[in-house]
Design a binder for this molecule. Structure first.
Ligand code: DGL
Length: 265
């Protein structure tokens, strides 16, 4: 099965990894919109336009299903993506929300995702009595993209972001941006062991696997390295090194231009 997957940058790798674990015989077209990274502070209109351009590009890529590996786009423009594509679309927020069992749930996410309240609304649909507290984390994505994940600054920033959630005595914490699982070790050092970490990519992968079970019987073939393709919208030379660092592959990467007039970079 050939899947389309996109994010603003390396965040989608965390989704890719979970999917490969559960669905090994998938191949991918991975698109990183590096020219417009980070998405997390963009307006609703900008995100909708980005979603429009990305899904229009994927419409011509011969994919069997599409994975929205970016929470910000998921929160604001899932309808745009679904409207533009005629293949099944798997999303992070809806998938994770349907699995929540806890009663006090913290969400770390980009400012745009938090502003949309998409996590709160999605969780309350399944568990109306849950207390959901969302925390915007504007500094995480730029620092993760620059690979400053071991810096003391990042620890201080993480403590600052987690404090209000811990004051509410959360029992679980959703990593509501696909970049954040890349700093799981740092977060678990700060969090009490009683707080369960939730990576929405796990719920997405399970849903995808169920879908694939209904379509394919042979899961022995590993296609990922053979048939997958990587595209970026800028920084062509850097991206293979980022893929090597986070995914342990050094892929050939292609440059693609998506931007329509009027979309800010
Ligand atoms: N990784 C994406 C998300 O899940 C986008 C982050 C960003 O570019 O700010 O929200």
């Amino acid at each position: 099965m050939h899947l389309g997957i996109f994010d603003s940058g390396v965040g989608g790798f965390t989704v890719l990894k979970k999917v490969i674990e559960l669905c090994p015989n998938t191949s991918f077209i991975y698109l990183a919109d590096t020219a417009r990274l980070p998405y997390g502070l963009k307006t609703t209109n900008e995100i909708k336009l980005i979603a429009e351009e990305i899904s229009s590009w994927f419409r011509h890529q011969n994919i069997d299903a599409f994975l929205v590996a970016c929470n910000t786009t998921n929160a604001i423009a899932l309808d745009v993506i679904k409207k533009n594509l005629d293949v099944p679309v798997f999303d992070l927020i809806g998938s994770a929300a349907s699995t929540i069992e806890e009663s006090k749930v913290g969400v770390l996410a980009t400012p745009s995702t938090v502003k949309s309240k998409a996590y709160t609304n999605a969780i309350l649909k399944f568990k109306p009595k849950t207390l959901v507290i969302e925390q915007p984390c504007p500094e995480f994505v730029p620092m993760i993209e620059m690979d400053k994940i071991d810096s003391d600054d990042l620890i201080d920033i993480a403590i600052k972001y987690l404090k209000p959630l811990l004051n509410h005595k959360i029992d679980s914490l959703i990593l509501g941006c696909s970049h954040y699982p890349l700093i799981t070790p740092l977060l678990t050092e700060i969090l009490p062991s009683s707080v369960k970490l939730i990576d929405p990519a796990e719920a997405l992968s399970l849903k995808l696997r169920l879908f694939m079970d209904s379509k394919i019987s042979d899961f022995s073939e590993k296609k990922f390295l053979v048939d997958s393709k990587f595209y970026v919208t800028s920084n062509l030379k850097q991206f293979p090194f980022k893929a090597k660092h986070w995914l342990n592959v050094f892929p050939e990467v292609n440059l693609v231009s998506l931007q329509k007039k009027g979309c800010v970079s």
